[in-house]
Design a protein around this ligand. Structure first.
Ligand code: KG4
Ligand code: ZN
Length: 376
């Protein structure tokens, strides 16, 4: 049974606690929202689970859920302390309610429900992707509408961010996320986890033209992605190689170049779709934002920056601490919902799959489905 949300008065100013636990980061943050002013981040605590998942070369859902459970209380406590406030000062609590790994999402959401009930303050169930979509404004003024490329271990998508609650998904991966492909490449070559930084480091000494790898969906007249085939091609190339350090470096460099190429091509296509939208003023210079862990890659950033110059977009890459998973972005999204009185009831459910753009999610992608349909 879904209960109607409780009514709370909206104040001119509010202290909001955000909680994030949808993948392998347990995070909590306190922000100060004041009407008409930029958001102020009072604390942002993140506990990564890299050591827990490293032996497996990827995120293991059961291990993630257990680690969230063990860490969440202390992380929330730290966030409140670092913000130099008391629990009773909080005006609202926002938590990721999906999409993500169900065990982790439930852990964070249940903690938020407990705090909301005990303090009698509004609960705001935030879509994790909405947190990423709004995250640029944690560090700079980023006027709507803007184009967002979200590239992480869990997501690869292109979104037109038009305003709060108004998102159009222009493209999405049909199978794996770009970060997953980096992690798999590292795993195949025994480089360790998380794979992205290891592959990037190794690629520096390799020849990016040495191994011929596919560029899935490049040139197609849509902005979707696919990385499963590239991942398999890397495995094949490695198995067929002599497995020396030079061979590994060449594979790493060639793989990184293939990802760069695909992200660039799909983003260029998305820029056209973004501008063609009647809601977007095509004469204005708009922002192109890249967020997610893969955005830490220097080659990828540089190639997207060059693309923006040629396509007349302003390139924005927020500081990494706000573009990888964090709770400040969840608190920020919560603050924006708070401002318009969008509150959830305590009966709100965790949603492992929760598309940000329902219309796009119910349309068949132009080039086939992932095994379980679109993730988000
Ligand atoms: O956003 P994030 O911290 O967590 C989520 O997945 O939501 O992203 C982590 C992903 C991992 O797959 C990691 O390998 C990748 O980002 N990554 C990188 C780099 N640093 C992290 N990929 C490529 N180059 C990097 N330097
Ligand atoms: Zn994320």
């Amino acid at each position: 049974m879904t209960l109607t949300p409780l009514k709370y008065p909206v104040q001119e100013k509010a202290l909001i606690l955000g909680i994030e636990s949808s993948c392998d980061e347990t995070a909590a943050s306190v922000v100060l929202w004041e009407k008409g002013k930029p958001i102020k981040i009072l604390s942002s605590i993140i506990a990564s689970q890299n050591t827990e998942h490293a032996p497996y070369g990827g995120v293991v859902p059961e291990i993630a859920a257990r680690a969230h459970l063990l860490k969440i209380e202390g992380i929330i406590e730290n966030a409140v302390q670092e913000a130099d406030i008391n629990y009773v000062d909080l005006d609202a609590i926002a938590a990721t309610a999906g999409p993500g790994l169900i065990g982790g999402v439930i852990t964070g959401l249940m903690a938020a429900k407990g705090i909301s009930m005990s303090l009698n303050i509004p609960l705001i169930a935030v879509n994790h992707l909405e947190g990423h979509a709004l995250s640029p404004s944690l560090s700079e003024d980023c006027p709507f509408p803007y184009l967002l490329l979200l590239v992480s271990g869990g997501h690869t998508q292109l979104l037109s961010v038009k305003g709060l609650g108004n998102y159009r998904r222009i493209g999405s991966t049909l199978d794996d996320a770009a970060g997953e492909a980096f992690d798999k490449t590292a795993k195949v070559m025994g480089l360790g986890f998380p794979g992205g930084p290891k592959v990037e480091h190794l690629a520096k000494s390799g020849d990016s033209k040495a191994v011929d790898l596919p560029r899935p969906l490049k040139g197609k007249n849509h902005a979707d992605f696919s990385f499963a085939g590239l991942k398999t091609a890397v495995s094949r190339a490695y198995n067929a190689s002599n497995k020396t350090e030079t061979a590994k470096a060449n594979i790493a460099a060639s793989f990184q170049e293939a990802v760069c190429d695909v992200l660039n091509d799909r983003s260029r296509r998305a820029m056209k779709f973004f501008i063609d939208d009647p809601d977007v003023n095509s004469n204005k210079k708009h922002h192109f934002v890249v967020a997610g862990g893969v955005a830490a890659n220097t080659k990828i950033r540089e190639s997207l920056e060059t693309l923006c110059e040629s396509e007349n977009f302003k390139f924005v890459a927020p500081p990494l601490k706000y573009c990888t998973d964090n709770a400040a972005m969840i608190a920020l999204a919560g603050a924006q919902h708070y401002a318009v009185g969008n509150f959830d009831n305590i009966s709100v459910k965790a949603r492992p799959r929760w598309p940000l753009d329902m219309i796009a999610a119910t349309q068949k992608p132009k080039s086939g489905y992932g095994k379980k349909g679109p993730k988000s």
